[in-house]
Design a binder for this molecule. Structure first.
Ligand code: ATP
Length: 374
């Protein structure tokens, strides 16, 4: 169980700056997740923490010792770091027991056997000692790969898209199981994934990388509800960004109506801003004057996610329980129900002061539904 600290890491390949000024911390026993579009530098950062990639500048500390800085890179095998990759490749000619204990060659036979028993119990596969990898399902193989990485009790575990070859349902189940296992083992871990649900299910802290920068490192809750950058708001969860302009009364003219919030008074009139509208910020309400036409419906199990075109032509999203179905093409009313605002300036960074209070929304002048005005 260890603390991981990255301070202002820069990594380049020739003239290409792949990781730019990344700073993050994981406390002992915390699980972190790195999200971000393909090619943003997640794997490169993980390789640097494992010791396979040198830094241009910055430093990496595990506990209180520096393992990488611009002058030295401690060899991977001296870091006490375990790794699990997407192509986890168990040794096909070794049975489960020997696969798991592979990295424990210095331990006694009794210690190895005790640890294998303990880990097989923890991953829910007791008695699987003598099976060979080809006799296991994909999910079972991935659990064994995890047990193999955990067997020598690493100080830190790095996981690079460990579940991406598995189907969605199994992935979600494994993410929860792996979190429980890591917590029981008390291991500090950093996971790279494309899958937000996986990150949300596993992480104490998560971050979004974009073109080598870590835009935000926070709890999953804060990434979703309080994104500090427009790109984070865009990347995490569903939602749309609506444009508006602050007027002289300190309110915001927007496609939803006139938004009022005390913090708007601090912003000069005429300033263009954008604000985040999540699907749950707008509730279907037949009596509302804000109306739109349903363009698409996406089934999400418990909910349907609707894309709605407002009279202004702007598209927004809303959710409704899936037993309460609206037809595509129907005109419906929507009631804004924000409990806070997330507002971005023209530089895409969040403007402060909008989290503590809900805005009020003054409705727009009545617009007749298209079907009635035709
Ligand atoms: N050894 C290398 N030499 C040159 N460029 C590299 C090297 N390794 C990675 N890159 C480049 O660095 C960028 C980041 O790669 P990286 O694998 O870290 O991205 P990623 O965020 O993990 O992507 P993905 O989600 O697709 O795995 C990519 O543009 C990649 O082409």
């Amino acid at each position: 169980m260890s603390r991981l600290q990255l301070d202002n890491i820069h990594i380049s390949f020739g003239a290409l700056h792949i990781v730019r000024g990344v700073t993050l911390e994981l406390k002992q026993g915390e699980i972190g997740c790195l999200l971000g579009p393909s090619g943003c530098g997640k794997t490169t950062l993980l390789r640097a923490i494992a010791g396979f990639q040198a830094l241009q500048s910055g430093f990496i500390h595990i506990d209180d010792s520096s393992v990488s800085d611009e002058k030295h890179t401690l060899a991977p095998e001296q870091r006490g770091v375990g790794m699990v990759f997407q192509d986890f490749a168990l040794f096909p000619h070794l049975n489960v027991e020997d696969n798991i204990s592979f990295g424990m060659r210095k331990a006694s036979a009794i210690e190895r056997s005790k640890r294998v028993d303990e880990l097989l119990d923890r991953i829910g596969l007791p008695g699987y000692h003598k099976r060979f990898p080809h006799e296991l399902s994909g999910g079972q193989q991935q659990r064994i790969a995890l047990a193999r990485a955990l067997a020598p009790k690493p100080r830190l575990l790095l996981l690079d898209e460990p579940f991406s070859s598995l189907d969605a349902e199994l992935r979600e189940r494994l993410a929860v199981e792996v979190r429980e296992l890591l917590k029981k083992e008390g291991i500090t871990a950093l996971l790279v994934t494309h899958d937000q649900q996986e990150a949300f299910a596993m992480a104490d802290k998560a971050g979004v990388m974009y073109q080598g920068e870590l835009l935000q490192w926070d709890t999953p809750y804060q990434l979703y509800h309080q994104p500090k950058h427009q790109l984070v708001a865009d990347f995490i969860g569903h939602g749309v960004l609506l444009q508006g302009t602050v007027n002289t009364e300190g309110s915001l003219a927007s496609p939803l109506g006139m938004l009022e919030h005390p913090s708007l008074l601090q912003i000069p009139a005429g300033t263009p801003v954008s604000f985040l509208v999540r699907p749950d910020d707008l509730v279907p309400d037949p009596t509302s004057r804000l109306r739109g036409t349903i363009k698409a419906r996406g089934f999400r199990g418990a909910h349907n996610l609707y894309t709605i075109e407002l009279a202004s032509g702007v598209e927004i999203l809303t959710l409704s329980p899936s037993h309460e179905e609206f037809t595509v093409g129907a005109n419906i009313g929507l009631r804004p129900e924000f409990d806070h605002l997330v507002v971005f300036a023209a530089d895409h960074c969040e403007l402060p002061g909008f989290h503590d209070q809900a805005p009020t929304v003054q409705p727009l002048p009545t617009v007749l539904p298209k079907t009635q005005s035709a």
